[in-house]
Design a protein around this ligand. Structure first.
Ligand SMILES: [Zn+2]
Length: 437
C-alpha cells in the first residue's frame, strides 16, 4: 500500500514534510520518498492499493493508555455526583449486572468509537477480557488487556485464578493484542496481594496496569494508614517498575514523580475524568518537566463519556493552563507528543512517521470549515479538530477506517445490540455494589 503526496507531521519537533509518499509492507512503513504522480504505483504492482493523500496530513495513530472500554454501556449512568457516590451508588451497582457477552458488545462499541476518532492502540483494564480479546480481534485495533482483580473479599483467590488462566492462555495468541496483569489499586488491593502480583509479573515477564493516586484523599488516607504515598506503596510492593502503566497518578507528589521516572513506569493522564469530578491539579506540567513517560487515557465511559483521545488532549491542555493560572503551560509542543505516548503501553518502533516503524497511522483531512484557514496545523489539531477530520485509519498495515467509515464493524448492528443491553441492564440493576469504595 502507498499513500501518495501526503504531508508528514511530527509532533515531536512540530515539523511538516510536504508532498511525500509513504509505502507500507507487512505492517510497517517500508519506504518514505518524495511524492510522485498519483496514478502510478510505487512498486510497479498494478494491484497495489494507492491512497491519494493530496491536501491531507499523516500522523502516528493515537494511544489510549487507560480505558475500561466495555463501560461504553454505562455511558451517562453517573452524572454530577461525588467520587464516592459515583462508585458505590452507580457504577459498581450497574457493573453487577454486566455479563461476558456485554463486555464483548461494550468493547466492540468502544473500539468502533476509538478507531473512528484515530485511536489505534488501547490499554484496557476490565473484566471478562477473553471476550474483550474477541472484540479487539474483530475490530482490527491494537490492544493491551489487563483482567482487573481486587485481591480482597471471599472471591479473591478465584478471581486471581481466572485472571491468571486468561493471561497464560492469551499472552501469545496475537501479535496485535498483548496482556498485562491488572491489580485494581493500592486502595483496594492489600499489600501482600500486590507483592504476589509483582512476583508473578517478574516470573512470567508480564507488565502491570494499575490505578494509583486518583484523588488527594487517597494520598491522605494512604499516608495516615501506612506512612507512605500510594506511589511509594507500589514501589515497596514491587509494582512500580519498567512497563507498569500507572492510571492517573494525578496526585503524585514531585518526589513520587522522581521515583516513577527512576523506575521507568509510565502515567496515563485522563484529564476529562478529573475535570468532571471538579478536581484541579497541575500533574501534567509537573510530569512533563520531570521527564516522566506520559500518555493520555480516557478512563471509563461513566466518567469520561467518550474514548476520544483528541478530546482528552484538548482537556489536558486547558487543565494545565487552569491549574497553573498560566497560558504558558500546557503548550502545544508539550501536549501533542503525549498523543503518541506508545512507550507507556510498551509499544516499540512507534510514534514517528519513518521507515521501519509500525504502520499504525491516521490520515487527517483538514478540508472542513472547523480547520480553516490553516495557519497552524498543530494548533488546529489540538483545538479545532473533530472526528470528521479523521479520514483514514490504518492499524498493523491494514485500512480499518476509510473516508471516515469503519470497515471492520457493522455499526448499525452494534447500535441495536447496545440498545438491547442497556434496556436489560436498567431492568435488572441490583442494589448491591460490586465492591465498596
Ligand atoms: Zn480507571
Amino acid at each position: 500500500m502507498t499513500i501518495k503526496n501526503i504531508s508528514i507531521l511530527s509532533f515531536k519537533d512540530q515539523s511538516v514534510q510536504k508532498n511525500m509518499d509513504v509505502t507500507i509492507r507487512e505492517g510497517r512503513i517500508s519506504k518514505i520518498s518524495e511524492g510522485g504522480v498519483v496514478s502510478a504505483p510505487v512498486s510497479g504492482n498494478l494491484n497495489e492499493i494507492i491512497i491519494d493523500g493530496t491536501g491531507k496530513y499523516i500522523i502516528p495513530g493515537l494511544i489510549n493508555a487507560h480505558a475500561h472500554t466495555a463501560m461504553t454501556l454505562l455511558r451517562g449512568v453517573a452524572e454530577d455526583v461525588s467520587v464516592d457516590d459515583w462508585f458505590n451508588k452507580h457504577v459498581w451497582i450497574y457493573e453487577q449486572s454486566l455479563t461476558p457477552d456485554d463486555v464483548y458488545t461494550g468493547t466492540l462499541l468502544g473500539a468502533a468509537e476509538m478507531l473512528l476518532s484515530g485511536v489505534t492502540a488501547v490499554a484496557d483494564h476490565y473484566f471478562a477480557m477473553d471476550r474483550a480479546f474477541e472484540a479487539y480481534e474483530k475490530s482490527g485495533m491494537r490492544a493491551n488487556l489487563a483482567w482487573a482483580v481486587f485481591g480482597t473479599g471471599s472471591e479473591a483467590d478465584k478471581q486471581f485464578g481466572t485472571a491468571m488462566n486468561f493471561t497464560k492462555m492469551y499472552r501469545s495468541k496475537s501479535s496485535r493484542i498483548s496482556i498485562s496483569l491488572g491489580p485494581h489499586s493500592p486502595y483496594i488491593c492489600p499489600e501482600e496481594f500486590l507483592v504476589k502480583v509483582a512476583g508473578v509479573s517478574g516470573e512470567l515477564n508480564i507488565p502491570m496496569h494499575i490505578h494509583v493516586s486518583e484523588t488527594e484523599d487517597q494520598v491522605v488516607q494512604s499516608l495516615k494508614k501506612t506512612g507512605l504515598t500510594p506511589v511509594q506503596v507500589l514501589d515497596k510492593t514491587g509494582i512500580l517498575k519498567e512497563g507498569t502503566i500507572l492510571a492517573h497518578a494525578y496526585w503524585a507528589t514531585d518526589k513520587d514523580l522522581e521515583l516513577i521516572k527512576k523506575r521507568r513506569a509510565g502515567i496515563a493522564h485522563c484529564a476529562k475524568t478529573y475535570m468532571k469530578f471538579g478536581d484541579v491539579n497541575d500533574l501534567l506540567p509537573r510530569a512533563v518537566k520531570a521527564g516522566v513517560k506520559i500518555a493520555f487515557g480516557s478512563d471509563g465511559l461513566a466518567s469520561n463519556n467518550t474514548v476520544n483521545i483528541f478530546e482528552t488532549a484538548r482537556d489536558a491542555a486547558l487543565l494545565a493552563k487552569c491549574s497553573t493560572s498560566s497560558p504558558e503551560t500546557g503548550k502545544i509542543n508539550e501536549i501533542l507528543p503525549v498523543l503518541n505516548g506508545g512507550n507507556v503501553i510498551g509499544l516499540k518502533n512507534y510514534g514517528e512517521i519513518k521507515e521501519g516503524v509500525l504502520a499504525d497511522l491516521v490520515i487527517i483531512d483538514p478540508s472542513t470549515p472547523n480547520m480553516m484557514p490553516g495557519y497552524n496545523i498543530f494548533a488546529d489539531i489540538l483545538y479545532s479538530l473533530n472526528n470528521r477530520n479523521v479520514d483514514t485509519v490504518i492499524v498493523d498495515g491494514k485500512v480499518v477506517v476509510e473516508n471516515g467509515k469503519l470497515l471492520t464493524i457493522d455499526v448499525a448492528e452494534l447500535r441495536e445490540k447496545a440498545l438491547e443491553t442497556s434496556k436489560r441492564m436498567v431492568a435488572t440493576v441490583s442494589d448491591r455494589p460490586l465492591q465498596s469504595y
